[in-house]
Write a protein that binds this ligand. Structure first.
Ligand code: PMP
Ligand code: GLU
Length: 397
């Protein structure tokens, strides 16, 4: 049977593939330490689970409006006002089955075949494929490590062509953990205001931000920028709700309507009782989330301190999300036993085989000199994983 060209052009998500491989090894009895997937290891807070149970008991198991239940849209509108200083109307909100789904919908309604979408690199794995699935051309713009992997206004200006339709900005960033400061966003905002382009701001790691830094939504900087912005967020990371599959957009009404119409012929509505649970997540006690963030800071400090002490490794201190993104190019051209390491893909493969630790090669994010380690795993695993990493690293020759 013939597959469509669209399917042939797509590769599976490497982050999810590595997670599946690590889980398979664990099932076979191998004690793999996974720094692979970006998924909080904490249980979903009890008040959120209780809200889902109550919804089930109340028979809230039927279709909902496509864009989401009124109560959740109201909770999102409140949250955007409270946390981000943004005024949206419920008609501007569309709830989808995870932020990945929101991003997919947005690309489908914004991008025509042949349109360019600017993607600062390193970038999260799925953006590139989501753009391609819409027939768009990812216009990859390399950012620099010394700029904290933040795109500069000059780099953005130089990348814009008459075919540019949109840019994707992700802060805090997966995979680098970098955070765009207000100043940095204002600089980009000035460039964006001059051009007829849309900005998709992926703010899913908004709450996972450290060192006293503030999360700033680009759309809050000016009414003109808000008109150009499609804000994407979700509950997976902040509330440890990855499996509940709730994401959303806030956008100019015309775009929100197009996304909802599009979704009405694909997924219909996001899971009904997950939506009710999300109302509690956003409106209820924020204490469990704050505790989670405190734990992430401890882990970030620990993993960072140990990594920067390893000879040959350079690493910036990430201010957000739960990823460390060290430069491992020192290992290229070296051997571990019979394994020759030529790039980060070889290194990740050798680490899994020899040290039984899963990491994601930088190539998945558009840069080869790095690996990504998710520290959304227990302190005990982080300690053990780093012992194994150091041993492996010392054995390179
Ligand atoms: N954006 C970024 C940057 C991510 O890392 C993820 C992680 N899965 C998502 C979006 C999508 O998250 P979800 O679909 O679980 O809401
Ligand atoms: N976003 C997470 C990651 O980068 C989860 C996996 C995925 O959806 O790609 O690991």
């Amino acid at each position: 049977m013939r597959l469509a060209e669209r399917a042939l052009a797509i590769s599976a998500s490497p982050t999810l593939a590595i997670d599946a491989q690590a889980k398979k090894m664990a099932k076979e009895g191998i004690k793999v330490i996974s720094f692979g997937v970006g998924e909080p290891d904490f249980d979903t807070p009890q008040n959120i689970k209780d809200a889902a149970e109550l919804a089930l008991r109340q028979g809230k198991t039927k279709y909902t409006p496509v864009a989401g239940i009124d109560e959740l849209k109201a909770a999102i509108v409140n949250k955007l006002k409270r946390d981000n200083g943004l005024d949206y109307d419920p008609a501007d909100i569309v709830v989808s089955s995870g932020a990945k789904h929101s991003l997919f919908n947005v690309a489908q309604v914004l991008v025509n075949p042949g349109d360019e979408v600017i993607l600062p690199s390193p970038y999260w794995v799925s953006y590139e494929e989501i753009i391609k699935m819409a027939g768009g051309i990812p216009q990859i713009v390399n950012t620099r490590e010394e700029n904290d992997f933040r795109l500069t206004p000059a780099e953005l200006e130089a990348a814009i062509t008459p075919r540019t339709r949109a840019i994707i900005l992700n802060s805090p960033s997966n995979p680098t953990g970098s955070v765009y400061t207000r100043d940095a966003l204002e600089g980009l905002g000035k460039v964006i205001e001059k051009h007829d382009i849309a900005v998709v701001t992926d703010e899913i790691y908004e709450k996972l931000i450290y060192d006293g830094m503030d999360h700033v939504s680009l759309g809050s900087l000016s009414p003109a920028l808000k008109e150009k912005t499609v804000l994407v967020n979700g509950l997976s990371k902040s509330y440890s709700m990855t499996g509940w599959r709730i994401g959303y957009i806030a956008a100019p009404t015309r775009i929100a309507k197009a996304v909802a119409d599009f979704q009405s012929h694909s997924a219909s509505n996001a899971n009904t009782f997950s939506q009710w649970a999300s109302v509690e997540a956003l409106n209820g006690d924020q204490g469990p989330m704050i505790e989670m963030v405190k734990e992430f800071v401890k882990r970030r400090d620990y993993i960072y301190e140990r990594f920067v002490a390893i000879p040959g490794i350079s690493c910036r201190k990430p201010n957000g999300a739960f990823y460390l993104f060290p430069n491992v190019s020192f290992s290229f051209g070296k051997r571990h036993g019979s394994d020759l390491i030529q790039d980060s893909t070889d290194l990740a493969a050798a680490l899994l085989k020899k040290a039984e630790i899963a990491v994601v090669p930088g190539s998945a994010f558009g840069v080869s000199d790095f690996i990504r380690l998710s520290y959304a795993t227990s302190m005990e695993n982080i300690r053990e994983g780093l012992d194994r990493f150091e041993k492996f690293w010392n054995e390179l020759d």
